[in-house]
Design a protein around this ligand. Structure first.
Ligand code: COA
Length: 186
């Protein structure tokens, strides 16, 4: 699977992508809203291996794609759409980018492509996502991509010595118009 957006190529992971993934997953800015202090090289390899295993599912229920810059091919993060089974009408979305590439709209661009995949080729009826309420950049990405906040789960997670509220966002087929249509073609 390969998805192209104006500035990005979302492509399948390959085994040697673990190093670029591991590099940014150590960054304290990246880790701020996660319940861990980093990942080992072996853990990064295992994460990438899981994404590669998902590629071989028949029929395919999950896609976690490498986010790469169309101009240079540099891997800058990943974005995923996951269903429990391939006939599940509900998909969960997630994304992450290397901090060096934040603030350019790339996460929103990648999320919109996955939403188009979900409601388009996959035919799901609902896409949802969650984020820590303090993760304002992530909440903003979800809103810009067309999801609506549906709930706030108060004190839902405990990590880094504090409780965190978690926001639930959702979007149904009725909320969706394909990106190309919204942007006037292309
Ligand atoms: C969440 C994440 C992917 C956003 O990436 P990004 O490329 O900066 O996202 P975008 O540029 O598409 O959009 C970010 C939006 O949030 C806004 N934003 C960024 N930091 C913010 C903050 N602290 N408070 C409020 N808004 C903020 C930006 O201004 C932008 O909105 P705008 O286009 O209206 O100006 C990135 O911060 C990340 O990888 N974080 C670590 C991993 C993570 O948290 N993943 C999500 C788990 S739920």
């Amino acid at each position: 699977m390969i998805l192209r957006t104006p500035r990005l190529v979302l492509r399948e992971f390959t085994a040697d992508d673990w190093a670029a993934t591991h590099a940014y997953q150590q960054d304290p800015r990246y880790l701020r809203f996660y319940d861990r202090d980093g990942v080992t090289e072996r853990q990064a390899q295992a994460i990438v291996y899981t994404f590669i295993l998902w590629q071989g599912e028949q029929p395919r229920a999950k896609a976690q794609l490498a986010v790469t810059l169309a101009d240079t091919g540099e891997l800058i993060g990943n974005v995923g759409l996951r269903r429990d089974t391939a006939d599940d009408p509900v998909a969960d979305m997630g994304y992450e980018l290397a901090p060096a590439h934040w603030g350019h709209g790339y996460a929103t661009e990648a999320a919109r492509a996955m939403i188009d995949l979900g409601f388009g080729e996959w035919g799901v009826e609902r896409i949802h996502a969650h984020c820590v309420a303090d993760n304002e950049a992530s909440a903003r990405v979800l809103r810009k991509a067309g999801l609506r906040q549906e709930a706030c789960l108060r004190d839902h997670q405990w990590f880094k010595d504090q409780y965190w509220d978690v926001l639930i966002f959702g979007m149904t087929r009725a909320d969706w118009s394909p990106s190309a249509e919204r942007e006037g073609g292309g």
